[in-house]
Design a protein around this ligand. Structure first.
Ligand code: SF4
Ligand code: SF4
Length: 303
């Protein structure tokens, strides 16, 4: 069994308790306009190019077996009709300007990567976080990793959209120590517009989590122009307040546009419909905090 992973981050401190190793699974059913990891959306491998790192040596052009690359005054251009994403250009690039995103790992190999961090995880009460993309897009690999980490006593966090079939979620719950759940918009048609899917399945799965013994935290990317309006925040707080068990807390994550440079690397466009997305003001953050706290829900404000 294999998993397609597009990044492995060591010494992560924002992906759950302690110091963690985070595995980023390729493929996501959502496509949020502000996505921080757009290279994680497609389940397939893809080629990335960073013009600022390019030396202009043209080794990639020389080595490409498909003649898919052209050197221009704008840097290297790729003909997507010819490129087979074989990765040969990336293998020969001396400056990592050309890179391949997405690598197949066996579960044994991923376990070896995780176990290299045992000392750091043990000393910091950290663990492993499965992120993405959406880790539930590769359910067999995810469940196998959860079970094997569980046997080794490693703390397991899943960072998820919860856009997953409920039976798969049910299987994962007893094997997971903490869920970090994104909740972006309560209005389903707006969710469809900003994130590419409706939200009914996500809300249903949050109810399911809250009816189980699972520990969970709700993470809300707070974005003016998308979801920071009073109506949406009130509706979110009211929804969470009615659950069987409330989340440990709500993590409010003010908007920033770090996904923009990654779109440049992929040759795709950030925020193609040009929505005016802004970070909320300090006053707005304080008002949102108040609204959740009024419903008895603790709030953290993340970075
Ligand atoms: S990934 Fe392969 S086919 Fe595509 S540009 Fe690079 S060397 Fe050519
Ligand atoms: S091999 Fe790398 S550095 Fe050289 S031209 Fe290609 S992308 Fe640029």
């Amino acid at each position: 069994m294999t998993a397609t992973i597009f990044d492995i981050k060591r010494y992560a401190i924002n992906d759950g308790p302690g110091i963690r190793i985070t595995l980023f699974f390729k493929g996501c059913p959502l496509s949020c306009l502000w996505c921080h990891n757009p290279e994680g959306i497609s389940p397939r491998k893809e080629k990335l190019y960073t013009r600022k790192k390019c030396l202009g040596c043209q080794l990639c052009v020389e080595k490409c077996p498909e003649n898919a690359l052209t050197f221009t005054s704008e840097g290297i251009l790729t003909d997507p009709a010819k490129c087979t994403v074989c990765g040969i250009c990336a293998d020969h690039c001396p400056s990592l300007a050309m890179q391949l995103s997405g690598e197949e790992y066996t579960i044994d190999r991923l376990m070896q990567e995780i176990e290299k961090e045992t000392l750091v995880m043990d000393r910091s009460e950290g663990g492993v976080t499965f992120s993405g993309g959406e880790p539930f897009m590769q359910p067999k690999a995810l469940l196998e990793l959860l079970r094997r980490c569980g046997k080794r006593g490693i703390h397991r966090t899943i960072d998820t959209t919860l856009f997953v079939k409920p039976d798969i979620l049910q299987e994962a719950i007893p094997e997971t120590d903490l869920f970090l759940v994104d909740l972006k918009q309560m209005d389903s048609s707006k969710h469809q517009y900003f994130c590419g899917t409706s939200n009914e399945r996500i809300l249903q799965n949050i109810r399911l989590l809250a009816s189980s013994k699972a520990k969970y935290i709700i993470r809300i990317p707070l974005i003016e122009g998308v979801n920071a309006d009073k109506e949406n925040i009130e509706e979110t707080a009211a929804f969470l307040a009615t659950l069987n068990r409330k989340p440990q807390y709500v993590d409010l994550l003010p908007y920033h546009d770090i996904g923009r440079s990654k779109h440049d690397k992929r040759g795709s466009t950030y925020n193609p419909t040009n929505i005016n997305m802004q970070a909320p003001s300090e006053e707005k953050l304080a008002r949102c905090r108040e609204l959740f706290e009024k419903h008895g829900i603790a709030v953290h404000i993340g970075g």
